[in-house]
Design a protein around this ligand. Structure first.
Ligand code: OFO
Length: 163
């Protein structure tokens, strides 16, 4: 059954996913201001994915006969520092979200909520991808070592994301 505890935790996670969208949109604005159009595009696409993560939860809560209750979203930071620092913050954020999804899954287990466990498997896999993609970009940024030519090349590669 869909317990109140799982429903509340999913409503909380809708907010967390929307905060992720907000955070990546703020990073997109940061890159736009720094004239890194490709990196801004990557972040904008990432923000779009986070909205989809929120909406999958939104739909699931409704399908289970629950009630979606939207919560206030904190303002994200404005400045993020160097390219390397932005992707360090991206990886740290995704690691944080992985912990949130793990806690949600643990709650579904505790509540004997098999449908939610099945549903959350998608998020567990998605978090592996999210962390891997931030880790890969971070590794490339370390190779570039802050050099303008390398940063511009990487910016162009990142700009290919999102069609
Ligand atoms: Fe929703 O995966 Fe990133 O935060």
């Amino acid at each position: 059954m869909f317990s109140k505890a799982v429903q509340d935790a999913m409503n909380e996670q809708i907010k967390n996913e929307l905060y992720s969208a907000y955070l990546y949109l703020a990073m997109a604005a940061h890159f736009e201001a720094e004239n890194f159009a490709g990196s801004a595009r990557w972040m904008r696409a990432q923000a779009g994915e986070e909205q989809e993560h929120a909406m999958k939860l939104f739909d699931f809560v409704n399908e289970r006969g629950g009630r979606v209750v939207l919560q206030a979203i904190d303002a994200p930071p404005v400045e993020f520092g160097s390219h390397l620092s932005v992707f360090e913050q991206t990886l740290a954020h995704e690691q944080l979200v992985t912990g949130m999804i793990d806690n949600l899954y643990a709650l579904a287990l505790k509540e004997n909520d098999y449908a939610s466990q099945g549903f959350l498997q998608w998020y567990i896999k998605e978090q592996v991808e999210e962390e891997a993609s931030a880790t890969k970009i971070l590794g490339q940024l370390k190779m570039v070592d802050g050099k303008a030519q390398g940063l511009l090349m990487l910016d162009s590669v990142l700009g290919r994301r999102g069609g």
